[in-house]
Design a protein. Structure first.
Length: 260
């Protein structure tokens, strides 16, 4: 489970933390989108990051994966190499107009192993086929990605995550705009990863799904509202506070620092 946040700052470094956040502020052009966040994603944990639209969920994932540098505070991921981290962006952030095939997309998941210029090889092609089969897309290798439905393309992206075989998996709204069957199948894959003691952090908006399947939750509203067991986090009082904070947030707010 995640360490409990008190006033947004974790009280100490957590020994079993895979990702440790210390008074973290992330944002754009010096304007904070998430601030004063402290706590830890423990090794083997399954955590949903939830909150209103614009609460900073995607920003937090981008900070952990290294796409954003902290404006203040620290993100510590000791003992993990770059290829130990897998990141699934929102589908809206992926350009599907580029003329590549499904197998091209999946081979991107092997770059950490083979680099940019080595041939994929027969054994790795067999792994690609197995990953597609695992997500229900047998014989889709040569399909152009532009010809796929939203659900089919999300399955392709999950197959790429399978090939990466990462210890830390970050998922940004993995179930948005896909059908119920695909959601159910991909959720089972996430639960399988959890059973394998991988650490999974998913930005989600479906509270019912989170309550049913995610044992830990972090409720954000530009700042941390609560972090811990899902039933203790997703209370009516916490959700009301999150909504009120997000509605009153000043988009032009300057970076602030806590007084010692």
């Amino acid at each position: 489970m995640g360490s409990i946040v008190k006033n947004g700052i974790a009280p100490a470094i957590v020994a079993s933390a895979l990702v440790q956040l210390t008074d973290l502020t992330l944002g754009y052009n010096r304007h904070p989108a998430v601030h004063h966040l402290g706590g830890a994603f423990l090794e083997g944990s399954l955590t949903a990051v939830v909150g209103p639209n614009g609460a900073g969920k995607s920003t937090l994932l981008k900070g952990i994966v290294g796409m954003l540098k902290p404006l203040d505070g620290e993100i510590s991921i000791p003992g993990l190499a770059r290829n130990d981290i897998a990141y699934l962006p929102q589908q809206a952030d992926v350009d599907r107009s580029f003329p590549i095939t499904v197998i091209d997309v999946l081979c991107l998941g092997l770059w950490g192993e083979i680099g940019l210029f080595q041939a994929v090889g027969r054994s790795r092609l067999a792994r690609v086929e197995a990953a597609l089969s695992a997500v229900g897309l047998d014989r889709f290798e040569q399909r152009p990605i532009g010809s796929l439905s939203g659900g089919q393309f999300q399955r392709v992206l999950f197959a790429r995550l399978l090939l990466q075989d990462a210890r830390l998996i970050l998922l940004d709204e993995p179930f948005t705009a896909i059908d119920m069957r695909t959601t159910a199948d991909l959720l089972q894959l996430i639960l399988r990863w959890h059973g394998e003691r991988r650490t999974i952090v998913a930005a989600l908006h479906d509270f019912d799904l989170v309550r049913e399947h995610f044992p830990e939750a972090l409720l954000l509203s530009r700042e941390p509202i609560a972090w811990g067991r899902t039933a203790e986090v997703l209370t009516p009082a916490n959700l009301l506070r999150a909504r009120q904070l997000c509605e009153s947030w000043d988009e032009a707010a300057d970076l602030c620092r806590r007084a010692d």
